[in-house]
Write a protein of this length. Structure first.
Length: 325
């Protein structure tokens, strides 16, 4: 089990290799010499998602912590790879479908528990906040750019000044996608010059004017008539910016850095964007996550209802609002 089963594994990043090894090692430790079967793998998936504490007497040599479905999907991929390459065991299509149905059901419940999405009114309150210091301007830009690009906190916090390219009609943001791609893989995203009625491009240009031409985009900047860079922000401080904004705006919900990604994705779904469009923008390898947002979009729900009950010549649906979901 210590050797990889194909030449493709040699191309994995070191981080992915370690995750792969940890996934199959933990599974086999839990298996504890029991014979492989579809039922055993399915049982492990349930234990992995809920945690060993929900299954008394099934520790089998190791305790399993509770995991999110997204993490469980990765684990199952690695375990299947190991079982196929080193044990010649192939999970049946039927069992794989049952596990996928289980994942989907759990994901619907997880969606409710995730970081809250900012409504139009809440976004307007954030936009209306004073930005009389570079720090206040910076915090607002972190949220708006993170939302506009569907960025993960680790990706937004890593942005550099040179990752921003201004164009006549807006600007491009080069984001290094760090979760679903190898290190160094970038996605070029176009951002409109205005976010609602907020001049996002103009304010970003103003903020960047305080910074050196290269280096971290998010920095601590001194006050005064001649602001100067004090130092780059830590990733944790970038994540806290959203919470600071929400408190200043008097919002009661506990918004987090993931609210940026969820807010942007939800707005795409409500605007009628298709699953494929959302998947591409958010850089998800699987359409499953994008499907959930379209499923829960009120525009999608109302649009599909109207398509059923209204004469076709009277119906004008936004493209994608009645997708395959």
């Amino acid at each position: 089990m210590g050797e990889f089963g194909s030449s493709q594994d040699d191309e994995l990043s070191e981080k992915t290799r370690q995750q792969y090894i940890a996934a199959y090692t933990t599974f086999h430790k839990w298996r504890d010499e029991r014979p492989l079967s579809d039922e055993l793998v399915a049982r492990y998936v349930h234990v992995y998602v809920k945690g060993s504490e929900h299954f008394p007497g099934e520790h089998h040599g190791t305790d399993i912590e509770k995991h999110r479905v997204s993490t469980a999907r990765v684990m199952l991929c690695f375990v299947k790879k190991d079982l196929e390459h080193h044990h010649r065991f192939y999970l049946s299509d039927r069992t794989f479908k049952e596990i996928e149905d289980y994942f989907r059901a759990k994901e619907r419940k997880e969606l409710v528990k995730q970081a809250p999405v900012m409504s139009d009114d809440e976004i307007q309150k954030v936009i209306a906040l004073e930005e009389d210091t570079p720090t206040k301007l910076r915090d607002k830009l972190i949220f708006l750019i993170g939302t506009a690009t569907l960025g993960r906190s680790v990706e937004i916090s890593a942005l550099l000044v040179q990752d921003i390219l201004f164009e006549k009609g807006g600007f491009f943001v080069h984001i290094e996608r760090r979760k679903t791609e190898r290190n160094g893989a970038q996605q070029k995203i176009f951002v409109e010059p205005y976010f609602f009625d907020y001049p996002l491009k103009e304010r970003l240009q103003k903020y960047i004017s305080y910074l050196p031409p290269t280096g971290p985009l998010w920095c601590s900047i001194s006050r005064g008539s001649h602001p100067r860079v004090v130092g780059a922000l830590a990733a944790s401080t970038v994540r806290e910016a959203i919470n600071r904004l929400a408190k200043r705006a008097g919002l009661s919900k506990h918004f987090t850095s993931h609210s940026m990604r969820r807010t942007g994705t939800t707005r795409m779904a409500d605007a009628g964007c298709s699953v494929r469009q959302i998947q591409a923008m958010g850089n998800w390898k699987s359409p499953t996550v994008a499907e959930r947002y379209v499923e829960h979009s009120m525009l999608s729900v109302k649009g599909c209802a109207k398509a059923i009950t209204t004469p076709q010549e009277c119906v004008t649906l936004v493209s994608g609002s009645c997708d395959e979901t």
